[in-house]
Design a protein around this ligand. Sequence first.
Ligand SMILES: CC(C)(COP(=O)(O)OP(=O)(O)OC[C@H]1O[C@@H](n2cnc3c(N)ncnc32)[C@H](O)[C@@H]1OP(=O)(O)O)[C@@H](O)C(=O)NCCC(=O)NCCS
Length: 233
Amino acid sequence: MSYIYKIHHLPTSDPTFLAFLAGKFSSLRLTALSVSAAAFSSTFAIESAFTASQWIGRLQRPGVHTFIAVAYSPNTKPEQQTIDAGDWVGSATLLGPTPKAVYDLPKSGGPEIGRDDVESKWQMCAVYNSPEHRGKGIAKLLINGAIEYAAKEAGVGRQSRVRIIIHQDNILVKKLYDGLGFVDAGHSTLSEAFLANGDSALLPADGGASQPEKYHARLPLIMWKVSSFDGLR
Ligand SMILES: CC(C)(COP(=O)(O)OP(=O)(O)OC[C@H]1O[C@@H](n2cnc3c(N)ncnc32)[C@H](O)[C@@H]1OP(=O)(O)O)[C@@H](O)C(=O)NCCC(=O)NCCS
């Protein structure tokens, strides 16, 4: 079956609507953690224990922007293609804007990043698309949607930098980001990746000091894309 796909930026301002959307989001996220467990640092066991209010709180955190890919049947009219209709099939999270002093990974070996007055800085994570909808450009739509939002937020005349950190062996995902114009920008540690992705709660209490080969080896690959609002219109 063919579908119409649309990307929505999940709204968080109306509490009643957010409670409904958080329910849909939790189903999608728990499916992602179960079908693509290896791709994520969090686990189904951790997140299936979240309460409804924890899911709402997670979407409402300041600086967290959630993008949802929704599939509609082909006869769905444009005005019916709303976030609360159709099937939620994919998502991506954008964190930011983050000040340079917090964002910078000075030991990464990557190029120098710009001052905050020149560019806004963002981290993207948790990119997922359901297996039955893969290979149709949905991840591209999600990532480009997030990039476009970051570029608009930066404003005319200012750049936006969207960074991702991926597992060094994940050739498929590297190819996806290469194709979207992301460039290699050094290496992080797993502990830096957890912090950058807003997953500090997943770090062991000692910050990984007792498992340096796991948490402090500089292996995960950093990629980023710098865009400007003018260039996206
Ligand atoms: C990675 C993932 C998000 C791709 O989603 P998708 O909607 O199928 O991706 P798209 O259709 O937009 O494809 C974009 C590009 O990714 C690459 N790609 C996607 N699926 C691929 C596959 N099965 N084999 C090879 N390359 C593939 C291609 O470069 C493709 O570009 P092209 O179509 O121009 O060749 C999806 O497979 C997924 O959710 N995987 C599990 C979670 C995960 O790994 N997330 C990434 C964490 S950083």
